[in-house]
Ligand binder design. Structure first.
Ligand code: FEO
Length: 168
């Protein structure tokens, strides 16, 4: 049976993943409006992935005998300063999610819930990959710059990353 404390912490994480999905959807829409099709495609895909993270937690809670709560989602920002601002915010957000996942893992150890501890290892690995991915996009922006053809090249390359993630 899922300990009550763990159930409530997992429901909080469900809400965080739902917010992340909405946040990236808003960024995707902003990029789409600005004509940044590659970045928009990448962020639409990422919004879907966050929804999948949410659903994985959701099903786990119910399968473990708990009650998953469909979250209320607060509205994310809708305007961004630039594409570099968008990707700086994604990295910052992923770092926050990593901290939350680590806190959840610590709570599982305190509560001796080894089953949820084991389940969360997938999220630990996923956060490592996501931070790496967003750092690599910021590196790309730093190297190519956003002046002249830089913005075009960055957007094209981010679109290619989305294409390779879809195939994976
Ligand atoms: Fe679900 Fe991007 O962390």
């Amino acid at each position: 049976m899922l300990p009550k404390k763990i159930q409530s912490a997992l429901n909080k994480q469900i809400s965080e993943e739902a917010y992340a999905s909405n946040y990236y959807l808003s960024m995707a829409s902003w990029c789409d409006r600005e004509g940044l099709r590659g970045s928009a495609g990448f962020l639409y895909l990422h919004a879907d992935q966050e929804k999948a993270h949410m659903m994985k937690l959701f099903h786990y809670v119910n399968e473990a005998g708990g009650h998953a709560i469909a979250p209320q989602i607060k509205e994310p920002p809708q305007e961004y300063k630039s594409v570099s601002n968008v990707f700086e915010l994604t990295l910052k957000h992923e770092q926050t999610v990593t901290r939350l996942i680590n806190e959840l893992v610590e709570l599982c150890l305190e509560e001796k819930d080894y089953s949820t501890f084991n389940f969360l290892q997938w999220y630990v690995a996923e956060q490592h990959e996501e931070e790496r991915l967003f750092k690599s996009i910021l590196d790309l922006i730093r190297i190519a710059g956003l002046e002249g053809r830089g913005l075009f090249l960055v957007d094209k390359e981010v679109g290619n990353i989305a294409g390779s993630l879809k195939k994976a």
